[in-house]
Write a protein that binds this ligand. Sequence first.
Ligand code: ADP
Ligand code: ZN
Ligand code: ZN
Length: 651
Amino acid sequence: MPAFVKVAFDVPLPEAFTYRSDAFPEAVLGRRVSAPFGRRELTGYVVGELATCDIDEALVKGLSRVVDKEALFDKKSVDLATWMAGMYFCGLGEALAAMLPSGRREPGAAALDAEILEMAEAPLTLSAEQSSALDRITSTPGGIHYLYGITGSGKTEVFLQAAEASLAGGKGVIYLVPEIALTGQVVEAAQRRFGGRCAVIHSRLSPSRKLAEWRRILRGEAQVVIGARSAIFAPLAKLGLIVIDEEHESSYKAGNSPRYHARQVAMRRRGSEGATLVMGSATPSAEAWRLMEEGQVGRLELTKRLSGGALPAIEIVDMRGEDSSISGRLAEAIRDTAKAGGQSILFLNRRGFSYFFRCKSCAAEIRCRHCSVALTYHKDRNALVCHYCGYRIPPPRACPECGSLDVGWAGFGTERVEEEAGRRFPDLKILRLDADSTSRVGELERILQDFREGKADILLGTQMVAKGLNFPRVKTVGVVLADTSLNLPDFRAAERTFSLIVQVAGRAGRFSPDGRVLIQTFRPDSPVIRLAAQSRLAEFYALELSARKDLGFPPFARLVRLVFRSKDKAKASMAAADFAHAASPYLPQDAEILGPAECPLAMVAGTARWQLIFRAPELRDLHRALGLALAEWEAPSGVRLETDVDPASLM
Ligand code: ADP
Ligand code: ZN
Ligand code: ZN
C-alpha cells in the first residue's frame, strides 16, 4: 500500500505534487482525487505511487477524497501525457485533462450498450488493389502506410478488414474520423461489422456517456474505438492498429492547449506500443505527401472507383466583371437542377477573410515581399498588413503586376451570399449550415437529415459539409469563391483550397455521374484552381512542395508559434518583443524569429493578439531552446501566452 502519491492537476505546471495517502488505500494510479492545492481544493490525477516520501515530509498534505471507484487510466496513459506535456509545453495534468473524459459516473450511463447491435456483417470481397493494400498492411506490423485513393475507391473497406485482422491477432484498433456527425456511414459500417466490440467517442456525447464508453474500453469490452481527434487517447490494453481517415483534415489538430495533432500522437503511440499506422485520403497533406515521396511512409494506391459513377465535370467560372456573388452560370445550374427535382449545395468559406485587396483587371493580389503571403486589408487604418512579419504598406494606387488603376478591396461575406440567394431564388427553399447551428447538439444532424430527405432545394454551408456529402439528390455543387481560402495569410492556403475543390468534386460525383461542380473564382488562371479542377494531384504537390521549399515553410521547416494575448494591446506587443529578446540567446544558429506581428485575427473578444513565429529546419534544438526560455520567462500581469508547436493555422 503506497503511503504517498504523486498528483497532477489541470494547471499549467509541469510537475506532479506529492500527497500523503495512507488514509486512502484506494488512491492508486489512474484514479482522480481531491486535494488541497494552495488555498483551493482541486481535483487531480494520481500519476504515481510512492512507498517513501520524495520531499520534506513536514510540507506534505493529505488527500481529501478519492473520486473514482475504478481507475480511469493506466501507466501507459501517464507516459503518453508526460510526452504530451514535453512536446506541447503544457502541464502534465493539462495533458491528462485533454486525454480523459471528465464525466461523473451515473447509474444510467451504461444503457448505451443496449443500442449496439450484436451483428457481424460479412466483409466484402476485395478488389485486387484493395487486397494488395491489405496484404501490405497486415504483413508489416508496426509499419506506417498511406492509403491514397479517390473518393469511392474503397478505402473504408480496407481499413475495416485491417481492423478485423488486428482483432484476430488479439489487438485493439483506434479508427479516427474527422467529424462524427459527417462520417456517419463509416461509424455505421464499423458498428455493423464489429457490433458490441465497437466504442464510439466524440465531443457531442454527454460527459457521462463518454465516461461509460471509456470504461468499456478500459475493461476490455470494446476493442475497436471509433471517434474524432481525442479518440487517439483511447486506453486500449493492446493497441494493434491506428487508422486515420481523411488524414488531411485540419480538425485533427486541437484548437486549445495542449495543441496536439492526433497524427503526431498516433506516431508516438505507434512507436511506443508497436502498433501499425494507416492513414488515408484522396488529398493527402503536403507533409504526408513528402513522407511518401521520401519512402518513410508506404504509399498504397487505389485508383479505381468501386462506388460507380464517374468524376463530375468541374467548371471554372470567371468572376471578373461579375457583380453578384452567384454568377449567371451558377444560378442557371441551380434552377435547372431544381426544375429536374434535384438539389444544390453552395460552399462558402467562413474561416476566410471576407475582404482582400486585389487588382480588378488581372486579379493579382498584393503579397508581402518578405513572406510571400497575401497582405490583409485593414479598412480602418487604410493599410495592407503582413501578419507574419508586420510589414505594412498603404494600398497601392496601381496594380504592381499590370499597372491597372482599377484596384481595391472586395469579397463576399456569408450574409451577402445568403441574402442574394434568397433574392435570386425566392421560390426555392434554402437551408443554412454554419458554426452557430452546429454548436448545438443535434442541430447539425437535423439540418443534414432534412436536406437528405429533400426538404430543401439548396444547402448553404461552409467547407465542413464537404466531408459528409452523401446526398443522393445533389446534382449541382458550387464553390462560391475559391479565392477566399486561397488568399488567406497562411502558408497552407493553396493546399487547403486545392483539397477542398478535389474533395467536393469527388463526393459530388459519387451519386450522380451527371452532376456539375462549379468553382467561382477571380483567378481562373491560378494553377491551384486549374490543377484541382483537372484532378492533377501529383503536379499540384510538386508545385506546392517546391514553393514551400523556396519559402522555408513546412514540411521543409518546423514552426512554433507563440501568441501573446491581452486586453491591453501595448502590453501584448511588448510582451512578444520581450520574449523574443529573452529567447534569442538560446536559439540554435539556424533558427529565426518572424515577428513580433499582430495576429491576422488581431482582436478576439476584446483581446489583442500578437504573435512570434519561430522557425528552424529541425524541431529538436528549437524546441529545447524554447523550453528553456519558457521556463525562465514570466508573462507580465494581464498577458496570457499560448504556445503552438507545428501550428496548423497562423490566424
Ligand atoms: P472511400 O472510403 O475510398 O471514399 P468507400 O470505402 O466509401 O470509398 O467505398 C465506396 C463504395 O464502394 C462503398 O459503397 C463500398 O461499399 C463499395 N465497395 C468498397 N469495396 C468494395 C468491394 N471490394 N466490392 C464491392 N464494393 C465495394
Ligand atoms: Zn493587375
Ligand atoms: Zn511578411
